[in-house]
Design a protein around this ligand. Sequence first.
Ligand code: FES
Length: 187
Amino acid sequence: MADEASIDTSVTTGEGVRRRDFINIAAVSFAGVGGAAVILPLVSQMAPSADVLAESSTEIDISAITPGQAIKAVFRKQPVFIRNLTPAEISAAEKVDVSSLRDPQTLEERTKEGKTNWLITMGVCTHLGCVPLGAGEGEVKGEFGGYFCPCHGSSYDTAARIRKGPAPKNLEVPTYEFSSDTVVKIG
Ligand code: FES
Protein backbone atom coordinates (compact mmCIF):
# COMPACT_ATOMS: atom_id res chain seq x y z
CA MET A 1 0.00 0.00 0.00
CA ALA A 2 2.87 2.23 0.87
CA ASP A 3 4.29 1.63 -2.61
CA GLU A 4 0.93 2.40 -4.23
CA ALA A 5 0.66 5.53 -2.12
CA SER A 6 4.17 6.46 -3.17
CA ILE A 7 3.35 5.80 -6.84
CA ASP A 8 0.17 7.85 -6.52
CA THR A 9 2.11 10.74 -5.00
CA SER A 10 4.70 10.63 -7.76
CA VAL A 11 1.97 10.69 -10.42
CA THR A 12 0.32 13.60 -8.69
CA THR A 13 3.67 15.40 -8.47
CA GLY A 14 4.34 14.65 -12.13
CA GLU A 15 1.04 16.22 -13.14
CA GLY A 16 1.76 19.10 -10.81
CA VAL A 17 5.12 19.71 -12.47
CA ARG A 18 3.53 19.56 -15.92
CA ARG A 19 0.88 22.06 -14.83
CA ARG A 20 3.51 24.36 -13.34
CA ASP A 21 5.58 24.10 -16.52
CA PHE A 22 2.57 25.10 -18.52
CA ILE A 23 1.83 27.99 -16.17
CA ASN A 24 5.47 29.12 -16.27
CA ILE A 25 5.59 28.95 -20.07
CA ALA A 26 2.32 30.86 -20.27
CA ALA A 27 3.64 33.47 -17.84
CA VAL A 28 6.86 33.88 -19.84
CA SER A 29 4.85 34.21 -23.02
CA PHE A 30 2.67 36.90 -21.49
CA ALA A 31 5.77 38.64 -20.11
CA GLY A 32 7.23 38.54 -23.60
CA VAL A 33 4.14 40.05 -25.10
CA GLY A 34 3.97 42.58 -22.28
CA GLY A 35 7.63 43.49 -22.79
CA ALA A 36 7.12 44.04 -26.49
CA ALA A 37 4.01 46.09 -25.83
CA VAL A 38 5.98 48.35 -23.45
CA ILE A 39 9.01 48.69 -25.71
CA LEU A 40 7.12 49.59 -28.90
CA PRO A 41 5.56 52.83 -27.62
CA LEU A 42 8.97 53.93 -26.27
CA VAL A 43 10.59 53.35 -29.67
CA SER A 44 7.79 55.15 -31.46
CA GLN A 45 8.07 58.05 -28.99
CA MET A 46 11.80 58.39 -29.68
CA ALA A 47 11.35 58.56 -33.46
CA PRO A 48 10.35 62.04 -34.71
CA SER A 49 6.73 62.05 -35.80
CA ALA A 50 5.79 62.98 -39.34
CA ASP A 51 4.56 66.44 -38.38
CA VAL A 52 7.78 67.19 -36.47
CA LEU A 53 9.84 66.16 -39.50
CA ALA A 54 7.68 68.33 -41.71
CA GLU A 55 8.30 71.29 -39.43
CA SER A 56 12.08 70.86 -39.27
CA SER A 57 12.31 73.49 -41.98
CA THR A 58 9.82 76.04 -43.23
CA GLU A 59 9.69 77.80 -46.59
CA ILE A 60 8.16 81.26 -46.62
CA ASP A 61 7.24 83.45 -49.57
CA ILE A 62 8.52 86.94 -48.77
CA SER A 63 7.56 88.58 -52.07
CA ALA A 64 4.65 90.53 -50.58
CA ILE A 65 6.62 92.08 -47.69
CA THR A 66 7.36 95.66 -48.68
CA PRO A 67 10.07 97.80 -47.02
CA GLY A 68 8.90 98.79 -43.54
CA GLN A 69 6.68 95.73 -43.23
CA ALA A 70 7.13 92.52 -41.28
CA ILE A 71 5.29 89.25 -40.99
CA LYS A 72 5.03 86.65 -38.27
CA ALA A 73 5.60 83.08 -39.36
CA VAL A 74 5.88 79.87 -37.37
CA PHE A 75 8.98 77.73 -37.19
CA ARG A 76 9.08 74.62 -35.00
CA LYS A 77 5.99 75.90 -33.23
CA GLN A 78 7.63 79.21 -32.34
CA PRO A 79 7.05 82.64 -33.89
CA VAL A 80 9.54 84.00 -36.40
CA PHE A 81 9.67 87.63 -37.52
CA ILE A 82 10.60 88.38 -41.12
CA ARG A 83 11.16 92.05 -41.63
CA ASN A 84 12.01 94.06 -44.72
CA LEU A 85 13.99 96.99 -43.32
CA THR A 86 13.75 100.45 -44.88
CA PRO A 87 16.99 102.25 -45.83
CA ALA A 88 16.45 104.49 -42.77
CA GLU A 89 16.15 101.46 -40.47
CA ILE A 90 19.30 99.94 -41.96
CA SER A 91 21.28 103.14 -41.47
CA ALA A 92 19.94 103.52 -37.90
CA ALA A 93 21.22 100.00 -37.12
CA GLU A 94 24.58 100.64 -38.79
CA LYS A 95 25.18 103.91 -36.91
CA VAL A 96 25.14 102.21 -33.51
CA ASP A 97 28.48 101.80 -31.74
CA VAL A 98 28.58 98.00 -31.50
CA SER A 99 30.94 98.03 -28.53
CA SER A 100 28.25 99.79 -26.50
CA LEU A 101 25.79 96.93 -26.99
CA ARG A 102 24.89 94.33 -24.38
CA ASP A 103 25.12 91.61 -27.04
CA PRO A 104 27.51 93.15 -29.59
CA GLN A 105 26.65 92.26 -33.19
CA THR A 106 26.48 94.27 -36.39
CA LEU A 107 23.46 94.22 -38.68
CA GLU A 108 25.69 92.56 -41.28
CA GLU A 109 26.46 89.72 -38.88
CA ARG A 110 22.74 89.23 -38.32
CA THR A 111 21.71 89.19 -41.97
CA LYS A 112 22.87 87.58 -45.22
CA GLU A 113 25.44 89.26 -47.45
CA GLY A 114 23.80 91.61 -49.94
CA LYS A 115 20.45 91.22 -48.17
CA THR A 116 20.86 93.37 -45.08
CA ASN A 117 17.28 94.58 -45.51
CA TRP A 118 15.96 91.11 -44.62
CA LEU A 119 16.02 90.78 -40.85
CA ILE A 120 14.90 87.30 -39.84
CA THR A 121 14.72 86.51 -36.14
CA MET A 122 12.82 84.37 -33.71
CA GLY A 123 9.87 86.22 -32.22
CA VAL A 124 10.77 85.12 -28.72
CA CYS A 125 12.04 87.59 -26.13
CA THR A 126 15.37 86.45 -24.70
CA HIS A 127 14.27 87.43 -21.19
CA LEU A 128 11.46 85.02 -20.36
CA GLY A 129 10.13 84.08 -23.77
CA CYS A 130 7.21 86.44 -24.44
CA VAL A 131 6.44 87.40 -28.03
CA PRO A 132 7.60 90.99 -28.58
CA LEU A 133 5.46 93.53 -30.42
CA GLY A 134 6.54 95.27 -33.60
CA ALA A 135 6.05 92.73 -36.38
CA GLY A 136 2.28 93.17 -36.69
CA GLU A 137 0.74 96.14 -38.43
CA GLY A 138 0.24 99.04 -36.00
CA GLU A 139 2.09 97.37 -33.14
CA VAL A 140 4.44 99.51 -31.05
CA LYS A 141 8.10 99.01 -31.94
CA GLY A 142 9.58 100.53 -28.78
CA GLU A 143 11.93 103.45 -28.45
CA PHE A 144 14.63 101.90 -30.67
CA GLY A 145 12.27 101.23 -33.57
CA GLY A 146 12.59 97.45 -33.64
CA TYR A 147 10.57 95.36 -31.23
CA PHE A 148 9.13 95.93 -27.79
CA CYS A 149 8.39 93.19 -25.29
CA PRO A 150 5.36 94.17 -23.24
CA CYS A 151 6.01 91.61 -20.50
CA HIS A 152 8.84 93.46 -18.76
CA GLY A 153 9.72 96.27 -21.17
CA SER A 154 12.68 95.02 -23.22
CA SER A 155 13.34 97.17 -26.30
CA TYR A 156 15.12 95.89 -29.38
CA ASP A 157 16.49 98.05 -32.20
CA THR A 158 16.09 97.79 -35.97
CA ALA A 159 18.59 94.92 -36.03
CA ALA A 160 16.56 93.24 -33.24
CA ARG A 161 19.43 93.79 -30.82
CA ILE A 162 18.62 94.27 -27.16
CA ARG A 163 18.99 97.93 -26.19
CA LYS A 164 17.01 98.38 -22.99
CA GLY A 165 15.21 96.27 -20.40
CA PRO A 166 15.99 92.93 -18.78
CA ALA A 167 16.52 90.71 -21.88
CA PRO A 168 20.15 89.54 -21.94
CA LYS A 169 20.53 88.75 -25.65
CA ASN A 170 19.49 89.94 -29.09
CA LEU A 171 16.52 88.19 -30.70
CA GLU A 172 17.93 84.93 -32.01
CA VAL A 173 18.65 84.65 -35.72
CA PRO A 174 17.63 81.13 -36.80
CA THR A 175 19.47 79.11 -39.42
CA TYR A 176 18.05 80.09 -42.80
CA GLU A 177 18.89 80.53 -46.46
CA PHE A 178 17.34 82.16 -49.47
CA SER A 179 15.95 79.48 -51.78
CA SER A 180 15.34 82.28 -54.29
CA ASP A 181 14.94 86.06 -54.20
CA THR A 182 11.40 85.60 -52.92
CA VAL A 183 11.54 82.44 -50.83
CA VAL A 184 13.31 81.91 -47.53
CA LYS A 185 13.90 78.48 -46.09
CA ILE A 186 14.20 78.52 -42.32
CA GLY A 187 15.78 75.56 -40.58
S1 FES B 1 9.89 88.32 -21.38
FE1 FES B 1 10.38 90.04 -22.59
S2 FES B 1 11.03 91.50 -21.18
FE2 FES B 1 10.57 89.78 -19.97
